[in-house]
Design a binder for this molecule. Structure first.
Ligand code: SF4
Length: 325
């Protein structure tokens, strides 16, 4: 994925804070779920986001779709800042950004047939002229995701988890979105089915030049599908780079710790494992300075007081750590 590739989505200084009430006379406190995030997604690429549970990756994805209120910052989609758009202005934008959710069962209406589920966005955005065109388009979408025409008249409960996720992908594809945000799309599926759905997403990406923002906690899943990767910790990215750079030359101590925790079939590998102490601190009370300093084995004095800037660690590879000053 080339650096000069056109950017579809740019997120600038995005903050999503949730107020926590603490009584009338006390200063309000905030859970800083997303805390000043900057990154871009380029046309035709898969940008993977990884990080432990609670790092803010799902809140970030929901914020980009404007399913969460934005506290501050910009979400520039095709050159237009949509961060403060009202519902009316968001309507055409929703067509451009589609989501594929973790649990396909709860994201599909159990009372609707698969035909109606896929037809709904086509009708809502008036993308077909008549019933015949609607039927043709639904059939085409089912075929694209590896389902048969007879599946159209079944209900979600009649499908396996993998098939339901295929229906979710077909529905997302129906409106020809600019970006598909996939939030842990395979984590609820069996390992063998995960591979099938990932292969399908990869194949569709090549065929239709799709752009994905792909969120997962499983590092091997992100490695398989992504072109570039952002590593998130406590509401912000600590490292962003190409897949090879991140996996072969991880620079941030947190990325190094995450990658070394991936199980490999080699008993000697455990000797080189980098252990991260403790758990992720509360987003309501994040540590001063570098937010990772409470768990970092390379922590220096400056790390406890000064937030690290973002430094260039290689071509198209950036890291927020004082070690690279
Ligand atoms: Fe560790 Fe300091 Fe780098 Fe933070 S800035 S990751 S504490 S070395």
């Amino acid at each position: 994925m080339r650096k000069n590739q056109k950017s579809i989505l740019k997120v600038e200084g995005l903050k999503i804070y949730y107020p926590v009430s603490r009584g009338i006379l006390k200063k309000p406190k905030y859970i800083k779920a997303v805390d000043g995030v900057n990154f871009e997604v380029r046309e035709g690429e898969v940008f993977g986001i990884v990080g432990e549970s609670g790092c803010g990756k799902s809140t970030l994805s929901r914020g980009i779709c404007r399913l969460e209120s934005i506290t501050e910052g910009g979400i520039i989609l095709d050159g237009e800042d949509i961060a403060l758009f009202n519902n009316r202005k968001m309507r055409p934008i929703r067509k451009k950004v589609q989501m594929v959710f973790q649990d396909p069962y709860s994201s599909l209406n159990p009372r609707m047939t698969v035909f109606d589920i896929i037809a709904e966005p086509l009708l809502e955005y008036k993308l077909v002229k008549n019933r015949q065109e609607l039927e043709e388009r639904v059939t085409e979408l089912l075929k694209k995701v590896g389902l048969d025409t007879y599946h159209a008249y079944r209900y979600p409960h009649e499908f396996s988890g993998g098939q339901r996720q295929r229906v979710g992908i077909a529905r997302a594809l129906a409106v020809e979105p600019r970006v598909i945000i996939a939030d842990e799309p395979v984590s609820a599926l069996d390992v063998s089915i995960q591979a099938q759905v990932l292969n399908l997403m990869n194949q569709l990406k090549k065929e239709l030049n799709l752009t994905y923002l792909f969120i997962a906690h499983d590092l091997s899943v992100v490695e398989f599908i992504s072109d570039r990767i952002g590593v998130m910790y406590l509401g912000d990215f600590v490292e962003i780079g190409g897949k090879k750079e991140i996996y072969k030359n991880p620079c941030h101590p947190y990325t190094q710790g995450l990658l070394s925790s991936v199980p490999v079939p080699d008993p000697d590998a455990s000797k080189n494992r980098i252990l991260m102490e403790g758990t992720i601190p509360s987003a309501m009370n994040p540590p001063d300075g570098c937010k990772f300093h409470t768990r970092c084995r390379k922590c220096m004095e400056i790390c406890t007081v000064e937030t690290p800037a973002v430094y260039q660690a290689g071509e198209d590879h950036y890291v927020a750590c004082h070690l690279y000053k």
